[in-house]
Design a protein around this ligand. Sequence first.
Ligand code: KG4
Ligand code: ZN
Length: 355
Amino acid sequence: MWGHQLKILSIETSCDETAISLLDITGPIEKPEVRVLGNSLYSQAKLHAEYGGVYPTLAKREHQKNLPILLEKTLREAGTDEVDFIAVTSGPGLEPALWTGIVFAQELGKKWQKPVVGINHMEGHIYSVLTSLEKDKDLALPALALLISGGHTELVLIKGFGNYQVIGRTLDDAAGEAYDKAARMLGLPYPGGPEISRLAEKAREEKVVPSFKLPRPMLHSPDLNFSFSGLKTAVLYKIRAAGELSESFKQEMAYEFEEAVCEVLVEKTRRALHKHQDIQSLIVAGGVAANQYLCSKLEGLRSDLPHLSTHFPTRTMATDNAIMIGLAAYIQVSLSPQLLKTETVLEANGNLSLN
Ligand code: KG4
Ligand code: ZN
């Protein structure tokens, strides 16, 4: 597709990461060449840790405080403030947090006389894999994306660039949220995903065999949906019954919890791939895609689908960042160049969906 060159300033504030990047992107959208001229990110995770999750008012205040600092840092690193347009996450996410980014982007757009384009955060996650494509590979469509983050668990059919169909989603908690809640019950810090996965890894290394089993919710349901709240309740009951939480109990729990989550995610993904035989690529993205154990299990799906390419983000591209927003913006603008010519009113939409 269209081989042009664009300099994009991208802004991400949908949750508890404030991030700004300045990218220079050129080339086809299925394999763009990306130069990161400047990139900065501030994670508020430690501030939210005492609430055990993200506290929206605090997130908003922190974004407001950090955006000007990160902008200066990014521009200094890039050595330029010459851009073609500004991209900002407009949803889904926490609305007060989203608004902060939008207002900041619009003020900057006015000052610099540059267009501002709203970007879907989940589209950002999808294209986060574009920076880690193998040398001779592009992103072949149709693709299936397993999007697993703190707020979302979705299976998305990507029929063409910009053409999405959500074919499975969680009916309650997201996968990352389940990790965070289980971790909290075990007395582990927020965000819980990395903590549980570290403990589970240790348990696997030490060949710990859990003395109990957790449920695999909806593993056998005929649809492609997920549910993780029952798993959370099962964890709670086991913890209550255990009384004092020993280190070995925590290891067993982390191991069994990770097995349960991974088994369901892998099985539903496998089913989606078999149902849609024309899928060329599997994209795994979102914060939970930082989990190496899960990614290796998903990679295993290729054993009976040899034509399938799998794409995983690097660890820093898996969790929220502004580079992925710039990438999604490049694709959006390549598909609809008029986006840069028409003035659009941007609004935060906490529930923005891909279709
Ligand atoms: O995509 P993300 O940074 O933010 C949202 O858009 O939600 O995802 C954050 C989520 C958190 O729930 C965090 O616990 C989870 O990703 N996470 C992990 C791992 N690293 C981060 N979950 C499991 N294993 C990990 N290694
Ligand atoms: Zn995210």
